[in-house]
Write a protein that binds this ligand. Structure first.
Ligand SMILES: NC(=O)c1ccc[n+]([C@@H]2O[C@H](COP(=O)([O-])OP(=O)(O)OC[C@H]3O[C@@H](n4cnc5c(N)ncnc54)[C@H](OP(=O)(O)O)[C@@H]3O)[C@@H](O)[C@H]2O)c1
Length: 289
């Protein structure tokens, strides 16, 4: 019988790329989502909702490792959900998708609370702290499609950031790091920050997208208000929407996410995908039909 790995949020931008990578490694993948996905060879779907603890036992029973992602809307309750899922689960390895810089946040920060819930669980863990995803420009955020729609419909990237740089990373690379950490030895009690290969301003991002879209896409600087309002509309508590939109603004405008490292190369054996390579594969998202 093959090992079973649980993948939460298998419909997310990382999760949907992780599932086939795990299947190729010969493990049985249990996909845990709010609407169970269709069954396929080696992939066993179960119904799972972070907000409904009655769905946890079916999801965790008998799995050797877990990939944990919390969905796009930050909520303080997630630390408690993670503790409840891991309590008594008997898994050998957990991989958590977190966010760049969360290790520097104070312990009361909801995103740091999630990390602390994993770190104090007694289960060997790997924490992934990527910066912003390249796929935000092509697939949007579940709670807010404005970025990809703005490019497709108005030829503009409207986003906070100004001249700040970010080493945008492809979710393919994050999924590859996660697949290795879930199935290979040597990743317990480690943290990785999978970064893309080059720090880019949003004007440079717009140039890459213009090139494959075949028309000029321009960068338009905005403040943090639209993000705060989108988070509120998606159900985030007001103080979380306020704090996260401030953090988001700082993260994009300060250059703090513009660092480089070898984490993708070291873990996967290949360098990270460049924005130009990503853009060629994502061109359909920006086409006007
Ligand atoms: N986007 C970025 O640039 C970025 C950067 C660093 C870290 N992250 C982290 O990556 C994670 C995903 O962020 P994302 O914005 O890119 O979103 P995403 O991967 O598009 O994920 C959205 C998914 O969340 C699932 N979901 C929502 N509520 C759920 C619930 N109650 N129970 C189970 N699943 C639920 C949805 O599944 P269904 O609708 O199919 O049920 C949907 O597939 C977040 O934790 C975020 O902090 C994101």
């Amino acid at each position: 019988m093959s090992t079973t790995v649980l993948v939460t949020v298998p419909t997310g931008k990382v999760g949907r790329r992780l599932v086939p990578l795990l299947a190729r490694r010969g493990v049985t993948v249990r996909t845990a989502s709010r609407s169970p996905l269709p069954e396929r060879a080696g992939i066993v779907p179960v119904r799972f909702d972070w907000t409904d603890e009655s769905t946890y036992e079916t999801a965790r029973k008998g799995v050797a490792a877990m990939y944990l992602a919390t969905g796009p809307v930050p909520r303080p309750e997630y630390a408690g959900y993670i503790r409840a899922l891991l309590d008594g689960a008997g898994v050998e390895q957990v991989v958590l998708l977190s966010t760049y810089g969360v290790d520097q946040a104070p312990p009361e920060n909801p995103l740091r609370q999630i990390e602390l819930a994993v770190e104090s669980s007694g289960v060997p863990y790997t924490i992934l702290r990527p910066p912003a995803f390249m796929q935000n420009f092509s697939e949007g955020l579940r709670w807010d499609e404005s970025l990809v729609k703005g490019i497709r419909e108005r030829d503009e990237i409207a986003h906070p950031g100004g001249d700040g740089v970010v080493s945008y990373v492809s979710t393919e690379d994050i999924a590859a790091v996660a697949a290795a950490a879930l199935t290979e030895d040597g990743h317990g009690y480690e943290a990785y920050a999978p970064m893309g290969p080059e720090p880019l301003t949003l004007t440079q991002v717009a140039e890459h997208i213009s090139w494959v879209a075949g028309r000029r896409i321009r960068y338009v600087e905005i403040d943090r208000t639209p993000m705060r309002d989108a988070l509120l509309a998606a159900g985030a508590p007001p103080e979380t929407a306020e704090a996260n939109s401030r953090l988001h603004f700082h993260a994009f405008s300060s250059g703090v996410m513009g660092v480089l490292n070898d984490d993708v190369l070291d873990v996967t054996g290949r360098p990270p995908v460049s924005f130009a390579e990503f853009a060629v594969g994502a061109a359909a998202a920006w086409r006007r039909y």
